[in-house]
Design a binder for this molecule. Structure first.
Ligand code: CTP
Length: 415
């Protein structure tokens, strides 16, 4: 993803008194590296766990603690910062600060500023399990949810008090994902459902062997992640991969082409944009041996039979979906891919040549030619996330165009 993806965004971090407060230094630093203007507001108790100078050094901004601080930068400080914020994250949020925000109490810089903030607000509770489970705290959390605050569910694990249970603040990387989900990209896929397939399928030969290919799933995972960041409700049907699953995406793990078919079959109708980037096996062993096949002298063979073509089957029953396939070739890229586009009746096919430098399996970049019915366009070499963004731009455009056509047709019938 683009390094400075949060450039121009203001993130306000509210830090309250919990041992996890020190971890927010890491979060602040990651946000600054992504280009955000980060402002930290601490409660007085938080200062017992980490010094404001740490945050000032990391963010380059004054760390605010006391509402009546005379040495301030903003006009009426809590109101100005509240107006400027694109997102306000209270992490770690102690039971005390949650109670104050839920009860409408503003008696310090953090609570007065969040009260004045109209941006998206997130709360990451961090406390002892018994405190977290206390019905008063739970009621306060419910109340905040009703007012539109997003609550980041605490993790379970060993707590600083020696107990093991729920109440741990998630790691800074997780908090960063929550923030990126909210403010990293324009939400031009909000309200849309996007289905993505990714990775290689495995076709079993016997209990220890299978047929597969070199696909790592990186391109499909990038598509799922960027679609999620752009506001879509994303389902990712994935073969086995070694890479990190994208956050905030519904994941359906499958093994074989048959299982992938069933999963896509189940999901297809409810999605508006469907992108099949998986490298699906075209053949599978006719029979899977129930015991390990033993070595024999001389040659041997496995009888293969065709798998079902998922894309072609879905395309035959598509209604208003925009359907995008992938085509990986080693020669005659454009001709072969146009043939696939036509045969499978697709709106778009993303073609790449395995032999081109910067394209193919396992790379972080791709060199893709987008092919539609009427045109084709080669994109420059880009990161797979950059390519994903370009593909989604095109699919959104196509979706809007086809919907506009349908609207026009409906209006004509109506007139
Ligand atoms: N595909 C599919 N089901 C299959 C095989 C492929 O849905 N059983 C999809 C892939 O996910 C991809 C597209 O079809 O989006 C093209 O896949 P590709 O393997 O390049 O093409 P094939 O149609 O299998 O043709 P060939 O292998 O001969 O190039």
């Amino acid at each position: 993803m683009e390094d400075k993806i949060l450039k121009g965004k203001t993130v306000v971090l509210g830090v309250s008194g919990s041992i996890a407060a020190y971890k927010i230094a890491n979060l602040a630093s990651m946000l600054v590296k992504k280009g955000a203007d980060v402002h930290v507001i601490m409660t007085k108790n938080a200062c017992n766990f980490i010094h404001p100078i740490t945050f000032e050094t990391l963010t380059g901004n004054k760390c605010l603690v006391d509402t009546f601080d005379r040495n301030f930068e903003f006009h009426v400080e809590h109101v100005s910062l509240a107006k400027k914020a694109d997102i306000f994250v209270v992490a770690p949020a102690s039971a005390n600060v949650i109670g104050k925000i839920a009860g409408g109490i503003g008696d310090d810089m953090l609570t007065t500023t969040i009260m004045a903030a109209k941006c998206h607000k997130m709360i990451s509770p961090a406390m002892n399990t018994n405190m977290y489970e206390n019905p008063i705290v739970q009621n306060n959390i419910e109340k905040l949810k009703e007012y539109g605050y997003e609550i980041i569910t605490p993790a379970t694990g060993y707590l600083a008090c020696g107990d093991t249970g729920t109440g741990k603040m998630p790691e800074p990387e997780v908090l960063l994902s929550y923030i990126l989900k909210e403010i990293a990209m324009k939400k031009d896929l909000a309200g849309k459902k996007v289905l993505v397939t990714a990775g290689a399928t495995r076709e079993r030969i016997d209990p220890v062997r299978f047929i597969t290919n070199y696909s790592t799933g990186k391109m499909g995972y990038a598509l799922a992640k960027i679609a999620m960041l752009r506001g879509a409700d994303v389902t990712l049907v994935t073969g086995k991969t070694q890479i990190k699953k994208p956050d905030f995406v519904r994941i359906i793990e499958v093994e074989s082409a048959g299982e992938m078919f069933d999963a896509v079959d189940e999901e297809f109708d409810s999605n508006q944009i469907v992108i099949m980037s998986a490298a699906v096996a075209d053949y599978k062993p006719k029979e899977e041996a129930s015991e390990k096949i033993k070595k024999k002298d001389g040659q041997t063979s496995i009888i293969l039979e065709s798998t079902k073509d998922i894309l072609a089957t879905m395309s035959a029953r598509k209604k208003n979906q925009i359907l995008c396939g992938f085509s990986m070739e080693t020669e005659n890229l454009i001709e072969n891919s146009i043939a696939k586009l036509e045969k499978k009746n697709l709106d778009l096919i993303c073609a790449n040549n395995l032999k081109v430098e910067g394209a193919g399996f396992g790379t972080d970049t791709n060199v893709v030619t987008l092919i539609s019915r009427n045109w084709h366009k080669e994109l420059p070499k880009k990161s797979k996330e950059g390519v994903a963004a370009d593909i989604l731009d095109m699919l959104i455009y196509m979706y809007n165009q086809s919907n506009a056509k349908e609207r026009d047709a409906d209006e004509k019938v109506y007139q």
